[in-house]
Design a protein around this ligand. Sequence first.
Ligand SMILES: [Zn+2]
Ligand SMILES: [Zn+2]
Length: 332
Amino acid sequence: MPELRQDPVTKNWVVIAKERAKRPDDFIRKRSVAEPHVCPFDYGNESMTPPEVLAFRPENTLPNSPGWSVRVVPNKFPAFTPENGSETTMNNFYRLRKAYGAHEVVIHGPEHNLSLATYPNEQVAEVLRAYILRLRHHEEQPYGNYVQILINHGKEAGASLEHSHSQIFVTPIIPEVVRNELVGSASYYNENRRCVFCDMIEQERIISERLIDRTENYIVFSPFAAKLPFETWILPMHHQARFELLTDDNRYKLASIFKKTLQRFYIGLNDPPYNMYLHTSPRGYDKPESYHWHISIIPKLTIAAGFELSTGMWINITSPESSAAFLRNALD
Ligand SMILES: [Zn+2]
Ligand SMILES: [Zn+2]
């Protein structure tokens, strides 16, 4: 029987309808071959992107030249720009505002054919360092109240270039999904005097059927009310609202478990397209005790259709328990 499950943070309902599905291994991807083209993210093609705003490179190399290990550039076709101004205006009946903010690309490394699942841990840790430095930078700027870091990996997941990269969106408003999490977690805290994410971690440790991986510092599991097959969350075991407060030691430990989690997808599902996103506390958020940063990874294996669009409710055709078991064993 399909069942309705409630997300304990946002109180949104999800339909788990595993009868509609196939087994987890029916999702393993059949690969298509990419066409060769000139890639603006390769060494020697730095002039094809806007000038870099951050790069990790030896001191004897020039900006916008080869030699870098991670490079951050403004998006060539930005969704948000710092030039616009923040005022809200009226157009007769309708209210509108400029897309004031920023939109950047983090190029994960110079190698065209590697990705976070196949880079060494040190390179993944450098990508996380770029996230932290850009989060800190954007928090100092007049524009933008929320920084959304995400990866679209693979064409089906929305990537226009196959070279491994992340995107950073800085938005003038707090987006709806994040706002629902902030409101839901604050309300849980008011009632229980506890962080709902910390309580969820406790549950997943005890129950363990949705557990994928665990270290002293991090836990990886498929959430109880997973919206989509193989939805996977990574959270720090110890409460922390802001990602950019990670210590270097914890950043290296996160790089290791993050890469290992992506390897589970890479090996288990044959490098599927996926979306990854980081949810962290907005700047100046005054309830850090109730919010807990987390990373979500969702492979793009199904297509949202009329029911999802019309209701905002998801039907997940694979139970998070079977997704977790599949990913738990993917590296064996
Ligand atoms: Zn490339
Ligand atoms: Zn917490």
